[in-house]
Design a protein around this ligand. Structure first.
Ligand code: SF4
Length: 63
C-alpha cells in the first residue's frame, strides 16, 4: 500500500496524525508530510483509518 495526498484539499488539521503518527507528520511550515514508500504492513490498518477519517477526503491509496 502507498498513500497519496491531494494538497489542494488538505488543510493540515492533523487528524491523520492521530490515526498513524508514524506515517504522517506536520513540518515546521505546518505542511503535511507523508512518509515515502510503501506503508509497512503493521501500519496498514491505521493508514486505512486515516483515509476514512480525513475530514477533507484528501488522502487516497495509490496502490
Ligand atoms: S486529516 Fe486530511 S486534511 Fe487533515 S492533515 Fe491529514 S490529509 Fe490533511
Amino acid at each position: 500500500m502507498e498513500i497519496g495526498v491531494d494538497r489542494s484539499l488538505c488543510e493540515a488539521n492533523a487528524v491523520c496524525l492521530g490515526f498513524a503518527p508514524d506515517i504522517f507528520d506536520l513540518d515546521d511550515d505546518e505542511e503535511l508530510v507523508v512518509r515515502p514508500g510503501p506503508v509497512p504492513g503493521d501500519q496498514a490498518e491505521r493508514v486505512s483509518g486515516a483515509v476514512r477519517g480525513c475530514p477533507k477526503n484528501a488522502l487516497f491509496i495509490v496502490s
